[in-house]
Design a protein around this ligand. Structure first.
Ligand SMILES: Nc1nc2c(c(=O)[nH]1)N[C@@H](CN(C=O)c1ccc(C(=O)N[C@@H](CCC(=O)O)C(=O)O)cc1)CN2
Length: 281
């Protein structure tokens, strides 16, 4: 069997096309243009690329992108001042703080300064709690994008065994919560899990979010399983793609799979936030 590739680029551009129509309608109804503020602290090359991509996608669908770039030596208080100002600015509907921040910054404190209604990146305790309790709220963007991609390919989730490899706050943990909310039976594994290969072998849906290139081997995959690869380091996935694609039924490539869905989800959630704040939801 050779797997069908899940085209995240195509699904992301469909999501953005639908968001563009909603942006035009919001402008027509309210005279206000939805705005996402992106905050980048320091000059990590990958983070520069990702924030540029986010801003371009915003502008490409007629939204305003407010660019905030802070120096590498920014203090926690300096960052909090910026986040608080954006949080109380009614012309800003969503706030994204690019992760990772430099080590001297208390990134958690900065995330928590984002008002939940503007947390379109789904990084605050409040957003996580809403999601975990199945009460909606903004999803962390990569897990949210993965669920959207599964839906776009009509992958059944309910009752299926989903194995999530990775337990980070913006990836593995929210991924497990979103799949649980869709009635999957979820197992969370990580780099210290014993018998990892045997557990992955039982999965109908595998989400690789461990942050290590080609960590998940093709011979761990059950024939016919759906493989979602959330890895993004140096355009290499967390799954050994060449061997896994011979066993899986559906698989995401890197690049062109989950990555584009992360950004499309961020933009779509910003449009949701703007509509809600402007009373046209
Ligand atoms: N505040 C956040 N920080 C980070 C997040 C996040 O969701 N919120 N996720 C990652 C990085 N990331 C977004 O920020 C991200 C990574 C990769 C891609 C992507 O589209 N990759 C492309 C290839 C990119 C290229 O051509 O260079 C792909 O997979 O096709 C989007 C977003 C960490 N930080």
């Amino acid at each position: 069997m050779t797997a069908t590739l899940m085209d995240g680029k195509r699904v992301a551009s469909e999501t953005l096309a639908a968001a563009e129509k909603r942006v035009a309608k919001i402008k027509e109804d309210t005279g206000v243009t939805p705005c996402l503020a992106t905050i980048l602290v320091g000059a990590d090359p990958a983070s520069i690329t990702y924030t540029q991509m986010k801003r371009r996608r915003c502008e490409g669908i007629g939204m305003i992108s407010r660019k905030v770039e802070l120096p590498e030596d920014t203090t926690t208080q300096g960052l909090l001042d910026v986040v608080n100002e954006l949080g109380s600015d009614p012309s800003v509907h969503g706030i994204l703080l690019q992760h990772p921040s430099p080590p001297q910054v208390d990134e958690r404190a900065a995330f928590e300064a984002i008002p939940v209604g503007k947390d379109v990146d789904g990084v605050t305790y409040g957003s996580f709690a809403h999601m975990w309790f199945g009460e909606g709220g903004f999803a962390s963007c990569t897990p949210g994008g993965i669920v959207r991609l599964l839906d776009a390919y009509d992958v059944p989730i309910e009752g299926k065994h989903a194995v999530v490899i990775g337990r980070s706050a913006i990836l593995g943990k929210p991924m497990a919560g979103l799949l649980l909310d869709r009635n999957a039976t979820v197992t969370i594994c990580h780099s210290r899990t014993q018998n990892l290969a045997e557990i992955v072998k039982q999965a109908d849906i595998v989400v690789a979010a461990v942050g290590r290139a080609e960590f998940v081997k093709g011979d761990w995959i059950k024939p016919g399983a759906v493989v979602m690869d959330a890895g993004y380091s140096d355009n290499k996935g967390d799954v050994e793609f060449e061997t896994a694609k011979e066993v899986a039924s559906l698989i995401t490539p890197v690049p062109g799979g989950v990555g584009p869905m992360t950004i499309a989800t961020l933009i779509d959630q910003t449009v949701d936030a703007a509509a809600k704040q402007l009373g046209v939801a």
